[in-house]
Ligand binder design. Sequence first.
Ligand code: UD1
Ligand code: MG
Length: 434
Amino acid sequence: MNKEKLSIVILAAGKGSRMKSNTAKVLHNISGRPMLYHIIKASLEISNDVTVVIAHQKERVQAEMEKYFDNINFVVQDAENFPGTGGAMKNVTPKNEKVLVLNGDMPLITPEALHGFITTDADIIMSIFDLKDPSGYGRVIINNGVVEYIVEQKDASKAELLTTTVNAGIYAFKKDILEKYIPLLSNDNAQEEYYLTDIIAMAKKDDVTIVPLLVDEEHFKGVNSKKDLADSEVIMQERIKTAFMQEGVIMQLPHTIYIESEVQILGESIIENNVRITGNSVIDNAHIKAGSVVEDSIVKNSDVGPMAHLRPLSNIKDTHIGNFVETKKATLKGVKAGHLSYIGDAEVDEGTNIGAGVITCNYDGIKKYQTKIGKNVFVGSDSQLVAPVTIENDVMIAAGTTLTSGTVQKGNLAISRAKLRTIKDFYYKFFEKK
Ligand code: UD1
Ligand code: MG
């Protein structure tokens, strides 16, 4: 099936009250991106007509998604008059003959997992799974292999509640089926909502073909609570890390590592335990040691940590970053910064050594300033570089120097120290101990 044959509608208009949050449910993050982002991304791989239905916090949801996508349609649900998943479908006008309806709270779906909905030919294909604990889901009543109806938990009788076959919440409809039944839905139920799921009972009466597809919870889990969010995160992380290990990345105690969905790890990189890598970071043939955090940064042919913090826009190449070093908007090429430093808004060139405790003082309380350090510079321990400052090639900065604005020229030594005084027997006089 090609992209032109399938339309996808993603229902993302609900409040998500069970999340107990001021943020719309579909904007909660899984592996660094909103749940809805993951669903749209998977959808665009199999369809050229993706519609997102919004209502609750609609401006915010749309603006968030438009940061990432410019080829999706937004439809606003009249949630006041037509609440519920059926109400959400009212204003939708899909272009293609088959319409896949996805819930916006299923961040774990993949194009491969949706394959069955595309290849099966029926008027309605619906997703089911069997759960030990079906609570929260709509129950699917099947007799002799034939789907009869779906009943929501809040409307179910005691006998119906015992059913462990549940509606996973994904359906493929022929377009004319939707056009026929959506206007016929009523809100005569416990929640006074228009349930999309009621289509099944109506269609069954009319002898429409309904095929149930057994799906797995690992791809079709719905997120309704913060606990579901955490459980889905574990599954997504497992997926992300497994893919990297299959590509040759070494991970030590992978269950302690967190890697966001857009991160790239290339070559034979090593990621030690308790590492966190976020945003659009690229780790290329690098060794990230235990407890380090890398945010939106590039690390190539370098080793970092343990317990280093690369903040956004660090660009680290052929470099050694040791423990307790923090960088931010800093380009380091061929550098050694072994211990306890802050290097922010800086460029540091090859052959340069940054001693322990060196700090770029990049902020005066109002503005940020740049530090430029050339090649083969030796910056002695505990120096403060008060930016803006430029250090040319082949310079020595003596330990403990406070370097204020200006340029240190090639070949020079900069030293700022109070002259050492020693006062004989001061200790004994002070404590009157002699
Ligand atoms: C829904 C199904 C249930 C199924 C479950 C699977 C219905 C009536 N029930 O229940 O059978 O087992 O999914 O996860 O469909 N939404 C709107 N507009 C609304 C209400 C909801 O767009 O007015 C969206 C939500 O943003 C969400 C999705 O529809 O992404 C599902 O809504 P939710 O409230 O989570 O439905 P469930 O109670 O989980
Ligand atoms: Mg749900």
